[in-house]
Design a protein around this ligand. Structure first.
Ligand SMILES: *[C@@H]1O[C@H](CO)[C@@H](O)[C@H](O)[C@H]1NC(C)=O
Ligand SMILES: *[C@@H]1O[C@H](CO)[C@@H](O)[C@H](O)[C@H]1NC(C)=O
Ligand SMILES: *[C@@H]1O[C@H](CO)[C@@H](O)[C@H](O)[C@H]1NC(C)=O
Ligand SMILES: *[C@@H]1O[C@H](CO)[C@@H](O)[C@H](O)[C@H]1NC(C)=O
Ligand SMILES: *[C@@H]1O[C@H](CO)[C@@H](O)[C@H](O)[C@H]1NC(C)=O
Ligand SMILES: *[C@@H]1O[C@H](CO)[C@@H](O)[C@H](O)[C@H]1NC(C)=O
Ligand SMILES: *[C@@H]1O[C@H](CO)[C@@H](O)[C@H](O)[C@H]1NC(C)=O
Ligand SMILES: *[C@@H]1O[C@H](CO)[C@@H](O)[C@H](O)[C@H]1NC(C)=O
Ligand SMILES: *[C@@H]1O[C@H](CO)[C@@H](O)[C@H](O)[C@H]1NC(C)=O
Ligand SMILES: *[C@@H]1O[C@H](CO)[C@@H](O)[C@H](O)[C@H]1NC(C)=O
Ligand SMILES: *[C@@H]1O[C@H](CO)[C@@H](O)[C@H](O)[C@H]1NC(C)=O
Ligand SMILES: *[C@@H]1O[C@H](CO)[C@@H](O)[C@H](O)[C@H]1NC(C)=O
Length: 694
């Protein structure tokens, strides 16, 4: 299938790479009659942890003015790795994850040691100019004082081919005491960055001319070139707008249209008061006149399911129709249950040219309102002048038999994977992973399950040669092996995890209702130390876990094997902050009949590996259930806990579902290299069961 998929990929690639410059927005006059007929679509377009979206449209260079071109979006990723996902679509409805801007540990070594879950890569802006893709963002160290310029590591990435991970450069840095940077090119080709000054110090949107290749500010002395050097203005940032008085004016973007510079920003903070406001000016540096009826887009003070709508970006499609993306949370005004965090939503925008509109104006109100974009309010069910459906767009050049796409769910049989195969692009780590801790390896011989053999019908403590002795070396299935990290998911203090990290790999929760189940093989040996399981992980101090761990038996007394100090337990536990509800930990001794692996010798030594399936299910919008069973006997399923998802509804990120492996501080020193029990993942399934939109 490689030849075919290579061709498919080249075809998909072609328009993007050789595309002409994005249309000069100055000359782009909306032709309201050129809209294709309205079609329906649903929000969010990028469900799950995809905040602070920034999107562009890149025209096809095929000489056909009807070609839809390609839409690209980037979103924030905080400490997740790979960072800054890029999604692409040709119809605004079918989106594919085509890669990540930050895809190599070496691009951003500091990402390994972010402290606090609110640190990491904040609000990127994606732009295409002169054949180059730019992503400008900030690596924020939220631990440092606002005044410390090193708190704000402002970064410029470039790529010729966003489909090729290696095309993304190492970052160029620029100095700015703030965040949310966005590049803008004026008609004369000069480049600027507009960004948010640290609002706790002094709220304001600032602008500076910059050399995007070096990160150096450019002196604003071009008009005074005859003056001697001493009179030249030192390059500096200037405040161009402070917003309408809402909290934290941020997320600015500038658009050139019809002779105006339109400045779009977010205000109100990224919670329930979030809103989009605008101002415009005839000159880039202002003064900017606010829209007479700000905010231009918000769901604040409504009962809508989609709340916190804000942090928008605007782009126009091949037909000249305008669109906005923004972030939103599916929380309702109660704002309590939103484990998927801030997601990407799309809304159509009417942006008539002021001259056309002005012609029909009869009074001053019209003139004042003339030329501004009008945003449709964000809802779950939307309609707009969508481009023609193009489901065929599939930039995936990897085998796609075992997993399809991020949004349609996973059913991954690692047993059949080749050792060299890379994990799917939507698999996500918390900070860059430790080399070698996540590998496809042959499952050890004593861990190979043999469904053909009868399952044990005896309790293992009455053991003897009657146990099913597994020897399945005729077939040698592979598995994804995770070596344990010393630190568990909480890490050092719920905020930090040092250099050696935390062994965890997950994927975003992208559906209100889903089942996430993982078949794993694991033999916890060290008391209180070895542990592996699955988690709904939001941050290091917000996660809900079900795992296998060795504990003393405090509940069951006087068993036949009373000389044994410990048993393997299935344990649920979690951690959260604030007023969220959190059930107490639940531990259940693994029932004897769950032991379907191992030799008689292993049973005698209490060293038989377990072949178990763990499951997290969201069966309604507020609760997860946590279950386990022996993989070969689903009828044995035990649900040991239910938890309200308000425990993982917090902050800037969104829930990940994944597998962890740890020694809980003991034994191993680092990740796996000094011992500790690895976990073998045989099968990984994420099954969407439903999406709530209102
Ligand atoms: C506007 O759209 C109409 C209908 O598609 C078309 O006939 C006309 O040429 C378009 N005008 C411009 C300026 O693109
Ligand atoms: C990480 O942040 C916590 C507070 O959130 C602080 O106590 C700790 O010292 C920080 N660690 C490092 C290494 O900066
Ligand atoms: C940023 O500021 C530092 C310290 O003032 C300076 O050394 C460095 O050259 C500046 N970087 C750029 C790109 O201007
Ligand atoms: C954009 O179009 C305007 C008006 O047609 C023109 O004056 C300007 O030079 C163009 N800018 C660029 C960068 O092509
Ligand atoms: C929502 O209502 C509150 C209270 O009336 C008000 O302060 C706030 O400005 C409103 N927010 C928006 C975005 O309209
Ligand atoms: C001005 O125009 C707007 C929109 O057409 C209308 O709602 C408003 O009543 C008009 N005002 C006056 C004073 O005529
Ligand atoms: C399995 O165990 C149950 C209960 O201990 C017993 O009733 C049953 O006969 C056993 N089945 C076999 C095939 O040994
Ligand atoms: C398992 O089977 C292989 C070949 O079928 C054999 O060589 C090996 O000795 C067996 N191992 C055990 C522990 O029985
Ligand atoms: C264990 O069970 C035996 C017989 O059932 C009983 O005599 C003994 O007291 C029990 N020991 C404990 C510690 O419960
Ligand atoms: C969701 O499921 C939990 C656990 O079963 C239950 O307590 C809760 O009432 C359910 N909520 C709704 C709205 O059905
Ligand atoms: C995580 O590990 C630490 C030791 O590093 C331990 O104190 C803590 O209880 C563990 N937390 C959980 C949730 O297992
Ligand atoms: C772990 O590493 C530290 C420093 O790297 C060392 O001092 C310590 O002895 C190591 N412990 C074990 C158990 O290897």
């Amino acid at each position: 299938m490689t030849a075919l998929s290579t061709i498919a990929r080249l075809l998909a690639l072609l328009p993007a790479v050789v595309a002409v410059n994005v249309p000069n927005t100055t000359s782009l006059v909306q032709n309201s009659t050129s809209s294709t007929s309205p079609a329906t679509f649903t929000n969010p377009i990028l469900p799950g942890f995809h905040p602070d979206p920034s999107c562009i449209h890149v025209a096809d260079d095929d000489g056909n003015s009807n070609s839809p071109g390609t839409f690209f979006c980037v979103s924030s990723s905080f400490s997740a790795f790979p960072g800054l996902p890029i999604h692409a679509s040709r119809d605004l409805q079918h989106w594919s994850l085509i890669g990540h801007v930050v895809n190599r540990r070496s691009q951003l070594p500091a990402l390994v040691e972010t402290n606090r879950s609110t640190s990491g890569l904040w609000a990127p802006t994606l732009r295409y100019h002169g054949g180059t893709f730019y992503v400008v963002t900030t690596l924020v160290n939220d631990e440092r004082p606002q005044t410390d310029v090193s708190r704000w590591d402002n970064l410029i990435f470039q790529a010729d081919d966003p489909y090729d991970a290696s095309s993304w450069t190492n970052p160029t840095r620029f100095n700015f005491t703030g965040y949310d940077p966005s590049p803008f090119w004026d008609d004369d080709g000069r480049a600027y960055i507009v960004a948010s000054y640290a609002w706790q110090l002094q709220p304001g949107i600032q602008l500076a001319e910059i050399d995007l290749d070096t990160g150096e500010l450019v002196s604003d002395d071009s008009d005074d070139s005859d003056d001697d050097d001493s009179k030249a203005t030192a390059p500096s940032w200037s405040t161009i707008w402070t917003g309408t008085g809402g909290l934290a004016p941020e997320g600015p973007h500038i658009y050139r249209k019809d002779g105006w510079y339109y400045l779009l920003i977010a205000e109100g903070g990224t919670g329930l008061n979030h809103m989009v406001t605008m101002a415009r000016s005839k000159t880039l540096k202002g003064p900017y006149t606010p829209h007479p009826n700000n905010p231009v887009l918000t769901n604040a003070n409504t009962t809508e399911y989609f709340q916190t709508v804000g942090h928008a970006d605007l782009f126009s499609d091949a037909s000249g129709n305008w669109w906005a993306v923004a972030l939103a949370t599916r929380s309702g005004p109660g704002y309590t249950n939103y484990p998927m965090g801030r997601e990407t939503v799309l809304t159509p925008v009417e942006w008539p040219s002021p001259s056309l509109e002005h012609a029909s104006s009869t009074n001053g109100t019209d003139a004042l309102l003339s030329g501004w974009p009008r945003f449709a309010p964000v809802r779950g069910a939307m309609s707009g002048p969508l481009p023609p459906v193009d489901k065929e767009f599939d930039p995936d050049d990897d085998d796609s038999d075992d997993y399809t796409r991020e949004l349609s769910g996973d059913d991954i049989d690692f047993a059949k994977w080749h050792a060299s195969r890379r994990l799917p692009p939507h698999f996500t780590y918390w900070r860059p992973p430790v080399e070698g801790a996540y590998e496809i390896v042959p499952l050890p011989a004593d861990m190979v399950a043999n469904p053909a053999k009868p399952k044990s019908n005896t309790t293992w403590h009455s053991a003897g040669s009657s146990h099913p002795v597994t020897n399945n070396s005729a077939t040698t299935p592979n598995a994804l092996r995770l070596l344990p990290s010393t630190l568990n998911l909480t890490g050092l203090d719920g905020n930090y995890a040092g250099q050696k990290g935390q062994t965890f790999v997950g994927r975003r929760q992208q559906h209100t209702l889903f089942t996430f189940r993982v078949d794993l093989t694991f033999q916890p040996t060290a008391l209180h130390e070895d542990e592996a399981g699955i988690s709904v992980f939001l941050t290091q101090n917000h996660h809900l876990d079900i795992g296998l761990v060795r504990l003393e038996d405090t509940t069951v007394k006087n068993l036949t094997f009373s000389e044994r100090p410990s048993w393997i337990f299935v344990r649920f536990q979690g951690i959260t902050t604030g007023t969220a509800t959190l059930p107490k930990p639940v531990s259940m001794v693994v029932p004897a009949q769950w032991h379907t692996l191992g030799t008689a010798e292993q049973f005698r030594n209490d060293a038989a590996p377990l072949h178990v399936t763990l499951q997290i299910q969201a069966a309604n919008a507020t609760h997860y259930s946590f279950s386990a069973w022996p993989t070969l006997a689903e009828s044995e399923m035990r649900t040991i806990a239910w938890a309200n998802n308000d425990a993982v509804s917090w902050g800037f990120t969104g829930a990940l579902l994944g597998v962890y492996c740890t020694t809980n501080g003991g034994g191993a020193n680092g990740t796996g290299t000094n011992g500790g029990a690895p976990v073998y993942i045989n099968r990984w399934q994420y099954t969407p069961l439903g999406q709530f939109r209102n």
